[in-house]
Design a protein around this ligand. Structure first.
Ligand code: PLP
Length: 388
């Protein structure tokens, strides 16, 4: 059997979402127009798009006018970071971007691109539990700050960040700065309307919540000024040109609807499965440790472990061969595993980080998949250790 425990990388498309998307292009309904047009097929596209926008807005507790559909979490992060930096550079000749050291590359690399364009970039450290250090944030904030990026939860470890406290600190010490929260990993689990209520910008990605790859959102609050990354027909209120992906937006909205209605029950069930997996693996694999300290707030589906005496590349391939699909936490486009900047920032010793594995459970995870992983992982680790 296959034990797919890599929901943090991407989630299986939910059948209800596939059905909602198929309905958009159902042959009996005639052609789907371009939402900007004026004939009935265009009106249908526009209606579907705006209904989807309304649903996303409800999910995030925002005004529908804030919602900008994008091609995913990466594009949303680029728009948030580079768009605000460009405005500041034009207006003041300087821009300062602060971001937690554990941000996803979508944010980190956008900030690096902003740096190359003339902005100052500063990384905000985390404590050994992987949580943003509030004192370091307070020290870094000044009247020069343009943008502060604090993710809702980390993609590798699942560690939840204190977004509301960070927003509070920014409002007190750098009221001119905008706060951007990458909520891509947190979306299946946290009530984002509450957690990100005061953040200026929030990003989502459909494929992390049972929706399609290639659809996402950046919610942009009314007080944020940013320039678009794409220039063209002025769609999405001049913030993101390009014909909108109506089926993608419908799929994202359908997925979020399911997440919101099932969140509490799913969190309890998945956390139970995750804890059973953790207990079993730690009991069976000598020397294995949970990377995140006990008592730290972690998303219910994330389990990050370090297994000494194995190389994670080898381990992941061997596990995959046995049907257990997990990841190392950070992979670049080639699929190769890079040393994790997240683990380094938490002070995890490189020797331990070499055997780091991320299990991410989600809405589709079954008890049988957990059982399978509990059988397979200790046996594969033992075989690799024997081989040396
Ligand atoms: N931000 C986080 C925290 C992520 O985990 C990911 C995807 O792994 C992204 C952003 C990028 O999202 P997308 O794959 O939709 O571009």
């Amino acid at each position: 059997m296959t034990s797919y425990l890599d929901h943090g990388a991407t989630t299986p498309l939910r059948p209800e979402v596939a059905a909602a998307m198929a309905q958009v292009h159902a042959p009996g309904l005639g052609p789907l127009g371009n939402p900007t047009g004026s004939h009935p097929p265009a009106q249908r596209a526009r209606r579907l798009l705006e209904e989807a926008r309304d649903e996303v807005a409800v999910f995030l507790g925002r005004d529908p006018a804030d919602i900008v559909f994008t091609s995913g979490g990466t594009e949303a992060a680029n728009l948030a970071v580079l768009g605000t930096v460009e405005v500041a550079l034009r207006a003041r000749g300087e821009a300062v971007v602060l971001h937690t050291v554990v941000e996803h590359p979508a944010v980190r690399e956008s900030a690096r691109a902003a740096e190359a364009a003339g902005a100052e970039r500063r990384e905000l450290p985390v404590d050994p539990a992987g949580v943003l250090d509030p004192d370091a944030l307070a020290r870094a904030l000044s009247s020069r700050a343009t943008l502060v990026a604090v993710m809702a939860a980390n993609n590798e470890t699942g560690v939840v960040q204190p977004v509301a406290d960070a927003v509070d600190a920014v409002r007190r010490r750098a009221p001119q700065a905008a706060v951007f929260t990458d909520a891509v990993q947190a979306a299946p689990w946290l009530d984002l309307a509450e957690v990100t209520a005061d953040a200026d910008m929030v990003s989502l990605s459909a494929h992390k919540v049972g929706g399609p790859v290639g659809a996402g959102v950046l919610a942009i609050g009314a007080r944020v000024a940013l320039t678009p990354r794409q220039h063209g027909g002025g769609q999405e209120r001049e913030r993101r040109s390009g014909t909108q992906d109506v089926a993608g937006a419908v799929g994202l909205a359908a997925a979020l609807r399911l997440v919101a209605s099932e969140r509490a029950a799913a969190a309890t069930r998945v956390q139970g499965q995750r804890d059973r997996l953790a207990d079993g693996l730690l009991a069976e694999i000598e020397g294995a440790v949970r990377t995140v300290r006990p008592g730290t707030a972690v998303l219910p589906g994330h389990l990050h472990v370090c297994i000494p005496g194995v190389q994670r590349e080898e381990l992941l391939v061997a596990l995959g061969r046995e049907g257990v699909c997990v990841s190392g936490g950070s992979s670049c486009a080639s699929g190769a595993l890079e040393p994790s900047h997240v683990l380094a920032a938490m002070g995890v010793a490189p020797g331990l980080a070499a055997g780091a594995v991320r299990f991410t459970l989600g809405y589709a995870t079954t008890d049988a998949e957990v059982d399978c992983a509990l059988d397979v992982v200790p046996a594969v680790v033992a075989a690799l250790r024997r081989r040396g």
